[in-house]
Design a protein around this ligand. Sequence first.
Ligand code: ADP
Length: 702
Amino acid sequence: MARIDELKANQPQNAGGSANSDTDATRLRSENARLQEQVRLLMAAESKLYTLQEHLNKQQLLYARLAEVSRVLNTLLSFDEIGSVLVHFAVYEFNFERSLLLLAKEREYRESFSSQTIQFEVVASEGYYDNDEKEHLSQLRLDESDLPLPQSTQDTGSLRVQSDDTDPFADTLRQHFLMNEFFVFQLLRKEEGRSGYFVVGNTREQARYQTRVEQKDSVTVPLTSLAQHASITLANVHSYLALERERARLDQMVAERTRELSEALDAANEAVRLKGEFLAKMSHELRTPLNSIVNVPAALVSDYQEVEVWYCTGCDAEFQSEDDETETPCPECDGRLEQRTVTVCEGDPAEHLRFLKLVKQQGDHLLHLVEDVLDFSRMESGRVSLNYENISVKQLIDDVQQTIRVSIKNEIRLVTYDYPDAEFCFSVDALKIKQVLINLINNSVKFTAHGGKIHVSAAALQENAIDRYVRFEVSDDGIGIAKEQQQIIFESFRQVDGSSTRAHGGAGLGLAISKQLVELHGGRIWVESTPGVGSRFFFEIPVHPAQRFPSSVPPASISSPQKRTPRAEDAACDYSVVVVDNDLAVLAVSRRILELHGCSVVTVSESSQAFDTVLETRPDILILDLHMPGQGGEAVFKQVRAERLLDNTLICLSTADHTEEDAVKALGAVWLPKPWNAQSLCQTLNTHMKQRISASAFESEG
Ligand code: ADP
């Protein structure tokens, strides 16, 4: 405007007449018009500039807000919180009516990468106020196939549905999202595909007050950038949660391992405690009988004296004399006298017998303890195998009865037997089943007061058409066992605590051994008991039809009374036996025991002489110590076995090392474990001899 005024002021004052004035006026007008046009253009440009400035200011503000939101998103560690910030921002900052965030379901998200179907559900929404609509969103589950958006990360990864879109796919999405026009931004994770969808838009009714989806670039660019940022944040949260889960899993693993270790430590401590207790108990248990075994012979020995006497070679008379030089002839027959040493007993023979019985009883007890420990150690190392044989219930109980009668004949308790299925035969390791029964009966004897009653029964029972078993029961009216102890007494080294139990001694191994022996047969053992009333111990042995009559043993021999398994007392036999051992005490005791049972015995202490003696005597039985100096038992065994003339000789290898059982059996020899007593020795010999006899009878019949 200033320029127009200036132009007007500079007009010439009537210079040169009217023609000139007309030209000037025209020129001025056109100049004026041009200037006015320029002013208009300038003002329009100024206005545009102002709008642009305003837009730039807005964009700057928006990006500042975006940066702020991104910063907030980075601090969040839960999907719900991220979702609510995102949808809130979309609605209020971009002025849309509604917004939704759908994420892959957590479990599926983790497992989805191997499967094709990921399900998405709504984790946050804004602008939905109607309860039905909220309910609809909470039920909404979409598969990837429901939203087939381009997956390329080059692409914006967004979809725009406008209000006039008539595509059926657009309609389906409208029904899902309850919006008429909207953008869908996919949230991507590198290599793992879509992790979710971010939706913003409007319903038809309100769209005219909102940002329209037609304004594509002005909103898609910042929203895409927001969606990308949200993708990264969500991926971080996923990683964080995965780490958390892993940490929790590791924590749990550590806690479990710690618990297991602590349990193992407790168990180890308990085992150490029990073993310590066991050793203390065993030392007591061993010392008690050893006390008698060591002291009684010492006391008895003092009753004997060795004295020098004169002996008449003519009439066998003996004379005591202080005079070593005597030349006097025998006063009886005038014969020649010789000096000799004789042993004189000054004690009471009845008292000696009582003491000897005591030593025998204590020795048996000691042997029983040692056998328990050895049995247990063999079982611990899995070195026990079963020697099945057919035996009738009757024979089994008869044998047990016989053994028990001998061992408890001084105990005033009534032991009764009842076995209705007496003739029933089954296949078991008879020695081991007898061991279980004897152990249960001995326990009943121990824990039942004098005058008490013990009952032993056996019956063959049928569980169903196929399963048959023999059930044994040993019951007593003794002290009984508390409920909480009824399980643990079957564990090794366990005894019921209490002075009455302690008073009876024992290693606490009998029931553990019994349990293992029964279980080796495929059976089970248990107890029912009431303290103060008594106990009932049961065990069952399954009868396998195929085992009832094994082909190696002729069925006729099973129930035949003449061929029953011999008892210890049946051991009176006329076998000829050669015993080879470098231990002279073993030889002396073996000779005595075997001769007492009717055997003729030759003993050899030098292994080098063993073969010649055996060849000369051709015994029924040869007992060889496995570990002899010089030629060992195994070498002698092989030498004898190689000699056809000695084919009929039963060879037993004897050793105290129970780990050698398998090796001895593998050689084809009979395993005779040390220590043995008269009963176990005779029983072993009889069992094997009878088996040989019946096997050779069977062969010759065949
Ligand atoms: P032990 O050699 O000590 O007898 P066992 O294993 O045979 O070992 O028995 C373990 C414990 O079970 C015994 O010490 C005793 O406490 C208890 N027990 C076994 N049998 C009986 C019974 N018939 N009556 C009462 N208690 C019993």
